[in-house]
Structure formats: structure tokens, C-alpha cells
Design a protein around this ligand. Structure first.
Ligand SMILES: Nc1ncnc2c1ncn2[C@@H]1O[C@H](COP(=O)(O)OP(=O)(O)OP(=O)(O)O)[C@@H](O)[C@H]1O
Ligand SMILES: [Mg+2]
Length: 359
């Protein structure tokens, strides 16, 4: 069942067109990550779903009940939405118990059981209930904000970049705990982020926005392996894009003859290769093109390797296991693993740079 249906939603602020004809379907009890660069309209979309602002055109429905558009405008407090805002989520003068139970009826607020259930759900120790927000870590505060949003059992939970202020290690564990708590509560959630790792790892569905438009909506692996255009490809992960000529499922390029997905564009094209698809082989061998190893960036679990194709080809990047890093200056042969994606040959590079550069 679809819990949230957005159709052709448009919103302007004076001369600024924040959203243009946005469509989105969010299945019940699923987590959708809305991914896009700063200023592309993510917060505006969440605020329209919550009912804090109204669309200029288009409709929004929760299940089969229309809440916005075509003469209907249900007030935010009657929508049954939990909202975790981008910043400053907690009331500093209230303790954790009062923060979490803020939106509940007086009777429900007196029930210790409900508070304990919510603390358990977001994996916070019960003894923290009497502390104040400034006495908690950033990750703990985010869990309190989620518990508060979940307390009135909302039909839809909206989270606006809830982990952006956390450091990398805390971010991952908090994000996983929050996703787990949302699933345990059978909530339908929309999570805004501009972090592609977060979107791909947490969500059932990823919605990629750019310049106020919904560019692609799909499962994380679909968006990663079959991006709608080169700009999406470079936004959801590292990408090597090289010119090629496609015939059937074969693509001739500087890396040799590679295999493209069935139904790909034909003729001159841009080929998308993910750095982890590029395999480094010993220099001596029959197959593959050769390259000289340039700079190696070591990240522990893996490493990126700059490669200068010979003779005089483009420079590309490969991602290898951290214990398989080659020595800079040595020569290697290259092979490409798996299918590649082909895009029509357009002056995409300038388009991608412009549209992904942010505000
Ligand atoms: N109340 C407002 N008045 C005028 N312009 C606004 C208003 N709210 C948003 N905008 C503009 O609409 C566009 C989209 O803003 P929005 O906050 O939705 O972006 P975002 O994707 O959430 O960005 P970020 O990742 O930086 O939070 C921006 O150009 C922004 O300046
Ligand atoms: Mg925002």
C-alpha cells in the first residue's frame, strides 16, 4: 500500500522556484531517502508534506486521504506526522522524559510505561530520562528527537538531515539505530540527506532531487547501477566516465571492449564505470590495457588508485582492497568487472558540474 502520494507539486518563494512538478510515492512501512545537493528543495518538500506550507499546484495524499492541494488543506497538527527538523530539535529547558512525551495527552504523559517503551525503541538507557539535552551526546540527542517524533504514533515520520551534526563514527551507528527503530515502530519514513552513503545504506527507496525536480526514484542498487543520467551517477558515488562507441552490448573505449547493459544507447556514448569495477592485474599478461600507477589514497578498508592509461589515454580512478594497494610508479594491466552503463553523448560534464554545485 502507498502511504504517501505526491503528484505534480510545485512551490515558489517569490522568484525562487523551489519545487517543479515533483512526483513521489512512498510505500507504507518503508524508508525513503530524499537525496540531493544543498538548495535543491528537500526541506521544502518535507515542510509541504508536514503541512507547514501549502503547494502552489499539485496534490499530496496520505493513503487515500488528500491532505494538500485542489482546495484541500489539512492543518499540520491533524495530519499525524512526526517531524525531526534539520536543527535544534529538543527543548533545552525540559528534561528528556518531558521532551519525549511533549506531544502526548496528559494521561499518556503520566504513563512511565510509554516513556520506557520509547526509550527502549530508540535504544537509549532509561536512566537518561531525567537528564537535560545538554547532558547528552549528539547521537543520544538525535535518538531523543526521534523518540519524541514517534511518541504520538504518527502515520508518517519526516526526518530532515538528522545526523548531519554528528561525526563519522557516531553518524553511522546513530543512523542504523534510527532506521532500526523506525522499522520496529512500523513507521513510514522520509529521510532527507545529502549524504549518498547514508541514503544507499539505510533506505528501501532513494529519491534523487536536483534543482527542484525529482530526477530518479528507485531501489538503492538501481539508482547506483542504473543512474538516470551522468549527474546522478556522480552524485550517488564515485564514477569514471569515458567516451565510447556502443554496438549491441559491446562498448569500445580506452579500457578496451566492455559489456554494456541490454537495451543501452547505441553509437557514440559516455560510459559509466564504478571505480570498484576496475581490477588491477600483474603487468605481464595477454589481456587488458596497461596503466601506470599514480597517487594511492589509503583508507584502511580500501584505497583509491590514480591510473594513467598508456599510451596517453585518460586518467581514471580504481578502488581496491586496502591490503591490495600497488606501488606508485609501477605498471599494471586493467580489467573491468561486470556491466557498465552507457549515456547518450552530450556535453554532460558542464551540466553535471553546474547542477550539482549546490546553491
Ligand atoms: N521561506 C523561504 N523563502 C524564500 N526562499 C526559500 C524559503 N525556503 C526555501 N527557499 C529557497 O528554496 C530553495 C530550496 O530550499 P530548501 O531549504 O528546500 O533546500 P534544501 O534542499 O533543503 O537545502 P539544504 O540541503 O541546504 O538544507 C532554496 O533556493 C532556498 O533558498
Ligand atoms: Mg534543508
Amino acid at each position: 500500500m502507498t502511504a504517501l502520494t505526491i503528484r505534480q507539486v510545485t512551490k515558489s518563494f517569490g522568484p525562487v522556484r523551489a519545487l517543479s512538478g515533483v512526483d513521489l510515492d512512498v510505500p507504507a512501512e518503508s524508508l525513503t531517502a530524499v537525496l540531493g545537493p544543498s538548495g535543491c528543495g528537500k526541506t521544502t518538500l518535507l515542510r509541504l508534506i508536514a503541512g507547514f506550507t501549502t503547494p502552489d499546484a499539485g496534490t499530496i495524499a496520505f493513503g487515500d486521504q488528500q491532505v494538500s492541494g485542489a482546495g484541500v488543506s489539512i492543518r499540520p497538527q491533524r495530519r499525524g506526522v512526526g517531524y525531526v527538523p534539520q536543527e535544534g530539535a529538543l527543548f533545552p529547558h525540559l528534561d528528556i522524559a518531558a521532551n519525549i512525551t511533549f506531544g502526548l495527552s496528559r494521561a499518556a504523559r503520566r504513563s512511565r510505561q510509554r516513556l520506557d517503551d520509547l526509550l527502549d525503541l530508540v535504544e537509549l538507557e532509561r536512566r537518561l530520562a531525567t537528564r537535560y539535552p545538554h547532558e547528552l551526546s549528539g547521537g543520544q540527542q538525535q535518538r531523543v528527537a526521534l523518540a519524541r517524533a514517534l511518541a504520538p504514533k504518527p502515520s508518517i515520520v519526516l526526518l530532515d538531515e538528522p545526523f548531519s551534526s554528528l561525526d563519522a563514527a557516531l553518524r553511522l551507528s546513530t543512523a542504523q539505530a534510527v532506521a532500526q527503530a523506525l522499522r520496529a515502530a512500523h513507521a513510514t519514513a522520509v529521510l532527507v540527506t545529502h549524504d549518498q552513503d547514508e541514503a544507499l545504506s539505510l533506505a528501501d527507496q532513494v529519491a534523487v532531487m536536483r534543482d527542484g525536480r525529482m530526477i530518479q526514484v528507485g531501489a538503492p542498487d538501481t539508482v547506483y547501477t542504473k543512474p538516470a543520467d551522468p549527474a546522478v551517477a556522480t552524485f550517488v558515488g564515485a564514477a569514471v566516465l569515458i567516451p565510447a562507441t556502443v554496438r549491441g552490448q559491446s562498448a569500445d573505449c580506452a579500457l578496451g571492449t566492455l559489456t554494456v547493459a541490454p537495451g543501452s544507447v547505441q553509437g557514440p556514448a559516455q560510459l559509466l564505470i564504478r571505480p570498484e569495477q576496475i581490477q588491477l592485474l600483474a603487468e605481464h599478461g595477454a589481456d587488458g590495457v596497461t596503466a601506470r600507477v599514480g597517487e594511492v589514497s589509503y583508507f584502511g578498508h580500501d584505497a583509491t588508485v590514480q591510473l594513467h592509461l598508456e599510451p596517453g589515454g585518460p586518467d581514471i580512478v580504481a578502488r581496491v582492497m586496502g591490503n591490495r594497494t600497488p606501488q606508485p610508479g609501477t605498471r599494471v594491466r586493467l580489467a573491468v568487472d561486470g556491466l557498465t552503463a552507457a549515456f547518450p553523448c552530450e556535453p554532460w560534464a558542464s551540466v553535471a558540474r553546474r547542477s550539482l554545485s549546490g546553491r
